[in-house]
Design a protein around this ligand. Structure first.
Ligand code: SAH
Length: 563
């Protein structure tokens, strides 16, 4: 092995995370360093190894952009700092299509650093495809040409035969050849120079009526197609305020976009939503919001960890409180319980993991009654082949506590077998086992003081957000909160990040509350979450029921009303 790590020049595709290649994903999941560009979407950065050093070399527009020569040097430097490591150079589209990947590769070769190219889906072809425009079509276009609409003076390629000699423009394209080319013309980075490009093409004989389309932020939830012709291109651009990144495509194929535009404008198109659930739980709601057109930034505020073995929680009000009781639970004692109550999907998963690890299986639960706080936990239990006997109508901890109290009070036969019918309420209640996380509040224990609680998982707050995620969060339209702890952690993480970036960057506006810098709108599950969010200055929209379905419905309704 050389004393270097290996550098991967990876194309991240045009924006839609689904267009990242399998190979690209595989590398960034294990990379030690990720050097990424501005056009790489946050959803793709979310696939990166959470421990990777993330280096943004494309900060725009307020921060200065790292020069290409510096990027080249950085790659060699990181390869030296991580011998045997993986350095991912992540670029928008394809690394070798106006991506300057070739220059980086040359520098790596010169330094003796091993590298691999992972091609990406170029925006030049995929963005038109997402707008329903095939770049070639039988009988319309037999070739297509990808052209840069922007060059720096020192980057110009000399075309001795070019008639384009406007010294005011940083473009050395052979407009004469382009104007006479019958194929589809696709300009990247051409928005700023479009006036000039269109004029030069027409001067050189290209038909002013040539159909043309601008496709802005293609393949992302913000995609927009604006149709024009060569002669109306410049005015359309200004009138419609087309902004980068955008592609300009010219030729007869553009007309096909009128009948083939397949990408629907969805209810949440153009909305960036932050989902603050733990990664595993987030995927359900994230997938639903994404399917509705939103860009979702998954930002878990807590991480949950299954304990190796359940702990018996200290009973705050128990008469039988034993100071040494905060110890490992014994699965043999499961026989003493008639009702097992779960208050989260994490609780379910952790409990069954521990049960299996102890060498047992679900037969240990034979004959027991199972209670769940709500529908999501109930569904999770079904995955383990278990139906719930008790689910409170209001899906709250308090509701569950009251429901189980009723069961105890009525001395129902579900708990009491004939011979035990004379048992006291306390004894019946002591046959209830609560399976919860370390941060579960005491609501259930207060209502059921004789019950036993096993702590099956612990919840750790996320201490800080990586810079790229903070930026994505700050530019979002709203935050989705499913618990009070998510609200509290979010606010403290955002505030602590502000403090550290303020000390780094004195020009940054000084901010006192997280809600003043990040989105002010919070979509909440449950009234408790709502009041925590309000306390921190968020405007809130709260689901009618404490289910994700209800929340998603509410989010869609909110934006429908707004538009
Ligand atoms: N290597 C990239 C191109 C980099 S040049 C690729 O293969 O796609 C950057 C230009 O690409 C932008 O100015 C814009 O013209 C185009 N581009 C990249 N992503 C785009 C997107 N999602 N929508 C529209 N244009 C895009």
């Amino acid at each position: 092995m050389s004393g270097f790590g290996k550098v991967y020049l990876i194309g991240a595709g045009p924006g839609d995370p689904g267009l990242l290649t399998l190979r690209g994903k595989e590398i960034i999941e294990k990379a030690d360093v990720v050097v990424y560009d501005r056009l790489v979407s946050p959803a793709i950065l979310g696939f990166c190894n959470p421990k990777a050093k993330m280096v943004d070399v494309g900060k725009m527009p307020t921060h200065h952009k790292v020069k290409q020569s510096e990027i080249n040097k950085l790659l060699v430097q990181f390869a030296g700092e991580f011998p045997g490591g993986v350095i991912a150079r992540l670029k928008g589209g394809d690394p070798f299509v106006f991506g300057r990947g070739g220059e980086e590769a040359l520098e790596l070769v010169a330094a003796g650093v091993e590298f691999e190219v992972v091609p990406g889906i170029t925006s030049a072809i995929s963005v038109p495809a997402y707008a329903g425009i095939p770049v070639s079509h039988r009988g319309i276009a037999t070739s297509f040409h990808i052209i840069t609409g922007h060059e720096k003076v020192d980057e110009r390629v000399c075309h001795p035969e070019s008639k384009a000699k406007d010294p005011g423009q940083n473009l050395s394209l052979d407009f004469d050849a382009l104007a006479h080319c019958p194929g589809t013309l696709i300009f990247l980075m051409g928005i700023a120079n479009m006036d000039f490009i269109a004029k030069r093409l027409m001067d050189c004989g290209k038909d002013p009526k040539t159909p043309l389309a601008f496709i802005e932020k293609g393949t992302t939830p913000y995609q927009r197609t604006v149709m024009a012709t060569l002669e109306t291109a410049a005015e359309t651009l200004v009138r419609e305020n087309v902004t980068a990144p955008a592609i300009t495509i010219m030729g007869g194929v553009v007309e096909l976009g009128k009948s083939l535009a397949w990408k629907k404008n969805l209810p949440l198109s153009g909305k960036r939503l932050v989902v603050t659930r733990a990664a595993k739980q987030a995927s359900g709601i994230s997938a639903r919001l994404t399917a509705l057109g939103a860009e979702v930034i998954e930002t878990p505020m807590i991480e949950t960890k299954t304990l190796d073995c359940p702990l018996i929680a200290c009973h705050p009000e128990s008469k039988t409180k034993d100071p040494d009781q905060n110890c490992f639970a014994d699965f043999n004692s499961l026989v003493n319980f008639d009702i097992l109550a779960f208050t989260s999907t994490n609780g379910v998963e952790s409990f069954f993991r521990q049960l299996l690890a102890s060498g047992r299986d679900i037969r240990e639960l034979a004959g027991k009654n199972i209670a769940s706080v709500g529908k999501i936990t109930e569904k999770k239990l079904l995955e383990y082949g278990i139906r719930c006997d008790y689910v409170p109508e209001d899906h709250t901890g308090e509701g569950l506590g009251r429901l189980l109290r009723d069961v105890v009070n009525k001395e129902e036969r579900v708990i009491l077998s004939g011979e035990r019918s004379s048992e006291s309420k306390d004894l019946i209640e002591s046959r209830i086992l609560l399976l919860q996380g370390n941060l579960a509040d005491d609501t259930l224990l207060k209502l059921l003081p004789q019950a036993t609680r096993w702590v099956v998982y612990e919840t750790l707050p996320v201490a800080e957000l990586p810079e790229w995620k903070r930026e994505a969060v700050e530019s979002a339209d709203a935050i989705v909160f499913a618990s009070t702890s998510a609200v509290e952690n979010f606010c403290s993480v955002i505030l602590s990040g502000e403090r550290s970036s303020e000390s780094k960057d004195l020009n940054r506006e000084s901010l006192t509350t997280p809600a003043s810098c990040s989105p002010r709108l919070a979509f909440c599950i449950g009234r408790m979450t709502e009041s925590a969010a309000r306390k921190h200055g968020f405007e809130t929209v709260t689901s009618d029921e404490t289910t994700m379905d209800s929340l998603v419905k509410k989010i869609v309704e909110h934006y429908k009303k707004e538009s």
